[in-house]
Ligand binder design. Structure first.
Ligand code: SF4
Ligand code: SF4
Length: 465
């Protein structure tokens, strides 16, 4: 049951708290976006950033999405957690015309939500980009079939773009079945453009985001890319964007908001709905409620430790909620006109009303300075999605970056179940190996992240055993 008061529900009845609690593990590259508790001293200070929603705001900036020629809204819509079609319509009404989705988001639920909204939107005024995973042995027929299923869920005759989702390697960019399928679907008018999305490899020796997406930009067969881009993690992104610009390829951003500036103290006698779900999953596996609470306390302590490290920054800038940082992070992404659209996971009207006013507006120097300070505060905690720099140092082939990304799904996107399932899928390659390891990865992170303790904490976070 939700703990939200009626006043915390927006005018469309969606719980503000349940929406904005997108929590985040800084080490995992996450962003806690909710109204989590912060000390009163910080909460009462004036903040740099007004976050009051503006229902009258409309998208003000449109950018040409590379060679597609499409003028897309600088504020786009991502849909990983999307289940609510009304929010799609709401964003559309505000001028958002770029919608990113995937067959795998909620096992088709995100595509279905967009499909439900489709009849209320002018099809030729919106750009629908969906994507699917391409297995090495997928035939062209298999991929064509997947695209047709996406079209059915989206309730549309065509998608503007179909991308290779989380491409497995540079070689995979030349997957014969994928290109054959795209050629066929383009000829049929079912797919207009193709693209690639990538947020890093699934194994420690894999290709970095910078290398893979730069190769995709230079490949000549892809019209748009989806990459991780935020103020903490833009070096690789800037390289990709430069390659896209040189090759007239469209750029779209995901994971635009890193960082944790708050924590929520745990009250064992008054657990949130999410915490109760955790306890339930734990006890279903034969463990005691007390043991589950102990785990939750350890998680809360971890968040507190992270918070303590950012406290000077938080108090100096009067950041009272993580949402303020999120809005500033999005604003930072919007400043780069070579990043054509930022895909924001709108699952709530309130956030639409807060992000859309940022469209086409310039970031002030005080805001920029705040983010620079934030970067310094989070530098040694934030594991960059797409990075592979520490991969070769691990003798046990533990995919650090991937595991940290799963922790981000857990804490940063509120997708606890998904994250634990993905982590379980790593089987013998998970961070259990770190328990008996001397820490060969020490010093391997160019950002100074202390990997071993972080991995042990994340292992506890992502397992119920
Ligand atoms: S602590 Fe050991 S096992 Fe864990 S990531 Fe580092 S080197 Fe690998
Ligand atoms: S080198 Fe650092 S930032 Fe890169 S994956 Fe490893 S811990 Fe994360």
């Amino acid at each position: 049951m939700s703990n939200d008061s009626p006043s915390e529900r927006d005018h469309h009845g969606i719980s503000r708290r349940s929406f904005v609690r997108v929590g985040g593990a800084a080490l995992a590259g996450g962003a806690a976006l909710g109204g989590s508790a912060v000390p009163a001293a910080a909460a009462t200070r004036p903040t740099l950033f007004p976050t009051a929603p503006r229902q009258d705001a409309r998208v003000r900036a449109f950018r040409t999405l590379g060679r597609t020629g499409w003028r897309v809204s600088d504020v786009g819509m991502g849909s990983v957690p999307l289940r609510e079609s009304n929010v799609v319509r709401y964003a559309y009404d505000k001028g958002v015309n770029y919608f990113d989705t995937a067959e795998g988001y909620g096992r088709g639920a995100a595509e279905r939500a967009i499909g439900e909204a489709m009849q209320h939107m002018e099809r030729d005024k919106i750009f629908i980009a969906t994507k699917g995973r391409v297995a090495d042995d997928d035939s062209a027929a298999t991929i064509v079939d997947k695209v047709r299923q996406s079209l059915e869920r989206l309730k549309t005759d065509y998608v503007d773009a179909y991308s290779m989702h989380a491409a497995s390697s540079i070689e995979a960019l030349s997957h014969a079945g994928y290109h054959e399928a795209m050629d066929q679907l383009k000829a049929e008018g079912r797919v207009r453009f193709t693209g690639v999305s990538y947020h890093g490899p699934g194994d420690p020796q894999g290709t970095s985001m910078g290398d893979l997406l730069t190769a995709a930009a230079e490949d000549g067969r892809f019209d748009l890319l989806l990459l991780v881009y935020n103020f903490m993690n833009h070096e690789e992104g800037d390289r990709i964007i430069a390659a896209c610009k040189a090759n007239n390829v469209g750029t779209t951003a995901m994971k635009t908001s890193p960082g944790v500036v708050s924590y929520e103290p745990l009250d064992p006698n008054n657990l949130t709905a999410q915490q109760e779900q955790y306890v339930e999953r734990f006890t279903q596996r034969g463990q005691s409620r007390e043991a589950a609470i102990e785990r939750l306390e350890a998680q809360a302590q971890r968040r507190k430790d992270l918070y303590d490290r950012t406290r000077p920054f938080v108090e100096r800038y009067g950041v009272s909620t993580d949402e303020q940082l999120r809005l500033a992070s999005v604003h930072w992404v919007l400043q780069n006109s070579d990043m054509h659209t930022a895909c924001i996971a709108f699952t709530n009207f309130d956030l639409v009303d807060k992000v859309v006013p940022l469209s086409g507006t310039e970031m002030g120097s005080a805001e920029l300075h705040m983010l620079q300070q934030c970067k310094l505060a989070l530098n040694q905690q934030y594991c960059r999605h797409g990075c592979t720099a520490c991969g070769a140092s691990c003798p046990h082939d533990v995919p650090v970056s991937t595991i940290m990304r799963y922790a981000y799904y857990y804490e940063g996107q509120g997708r606890q179940k998904d994250a634990m399932k993905l982590y379980a899928g790593l089987k013998g390659r998970n961070a259990a190996a770190c328990r008996d390891c001397a820490g060969d990865c020490r010093g391997a992170c160019p950002y100074g992240i202390d990997i071993l303790p972080g991995m042990l904490q994340v292992h506890d976070l992502l397992t119920l055993a």
